[in-house]
Ligand binder design. Structure first.
Ligand code: NAD
Length: 269
């Protein structure tokens, strides 16, 4: 078990039943935070996620159900979090993807991606930030994407939602910059912008390239990386979690309003 610098803190990680969010929930738990898990999934998947966060070292963990596409459900989740926490750390990680050219993008898919990837983060922040400011400590880490910094074809709602999330985070950072003190840790709002990370979210894109390479999954991954990510390496969910954990430290009190790429050089091109 690592350094327990988050003892006594409470965190919410949306989209933490899988992938990057689950790794972040575990990392925050291992640093001593109590963690509220949220996301979709079977009863077994939810139970396993909560148990893994406790095993990682969280003093307590719970599941807060909410379909983040629904603003009322987000509000109910935040009220439940207030009773359980309240939240010192909010990580907005839930996200969905759909690829198609704009002319073929269903309007309902646009609405759904904007609701989950962008509006849900607005709602968690509007409800959590006043308490953080009042207590003089708070961390919001929004898991955007390299697609919050540069565009790609066939991802109109995803790119729009992630650019929006980067902009929203900068506004929130300016509005909260003066809260607290160096000693209290202040209130900071940042985005982490991953390139390719090996999770279920990108499986359809790997599968499409594997199919073009005679069904070879490794060749599919190499093709995906070669298109965009100069390092030629996928990140692991734990790599993204390590960046989030650093932003939650007291010493990170002056890092706010940033959008940190973890993308193997993708956005430097
Ligand atoms: P994932 O599919 O493994 O996890 C997504 C999580 O979001 C799951 O827990 C899922 O249940 C939850 N979720 C989806 N719709 C929801 C809803 N309506 N209500 C509540 N929860 C919902 O994907 P991931 O790769 O871990 O993605 C996590 C975040 O990282 C996303 O915001 C994604 O855009 C971002 N991201 C991923 C990559 C990558 O390469 N995997 C790259 C850049 C950014």
């Amino acid at each position: 078990m690592g350094e327990r610098f988050l003892e006594g803190r409470t965190a919410l990680v949306t989209g933490s039943t899988s992938g990057i969010g689950l790794a972040i929930a575990q990392a925050l738990g291992s640093a001593g935070a109590s963690v509220a898990v949220n996301g979709l999934g079977s009863h077994e998947q939810v139970e396993a996620a909560v148990a893994s966060v406790c095993s990682a070292g969280a003093p307590k963990a719970t599941f807060l159900a909410a379909d983040l596409a629904n603003a009322d459900a987000v509000e109910a989740m935040m009220r439940a979090l207030d009773d359980w926490g309240p939240a010192d750390i909010v990580v907005n990680c839930a996200g969905v993807q759909h690829t198609a050219p704009i002319g073929e993008m269903p309007a309902a898919t646009w609405d759904k991606l904007i609701a989950i990837n962008l509006s849900a983060a607005f709602h968690t922040m509007r409800l959590a930030l006043p308490g953080m400011v009042g207590r003089g400590f708070g961390r919001v880490v929004n898991i955007a994407s390299v697609h919050g910094l540069v565009a790609s074809v066939n991802k109109s709602p995803y790119v729009a939602s992630k650019f929006g999330l980067v902009g929203l985070s900068k506004v929130a950072a300016l509005e909260t910059a003066g809260a607290g003190s160096r000693d209290s840790g202040g209130v900071t709002i940042n985005c982490v912008c991953p390139g390719w990370v090996e999770t279920p979210l990108i499986e359809p894109q790997i599968a499409a390239r594997a199919q073009a390479n005679g069904g070879d999954r490794d060749a599919g991954i190499r093709a995906l990386l070669a298109e965009k990510q100069p390092s030629g390496r996928m990140s692991l969910p734990a790599d993204i979690a390590a960046t989030v954990l650093f932003l939650c430290r007291q010493e990170a009190h002056n890092i706010t309003g940033t959008a940190i790429p973890v993308d193997g050089g993708w956005s430097s091109q």
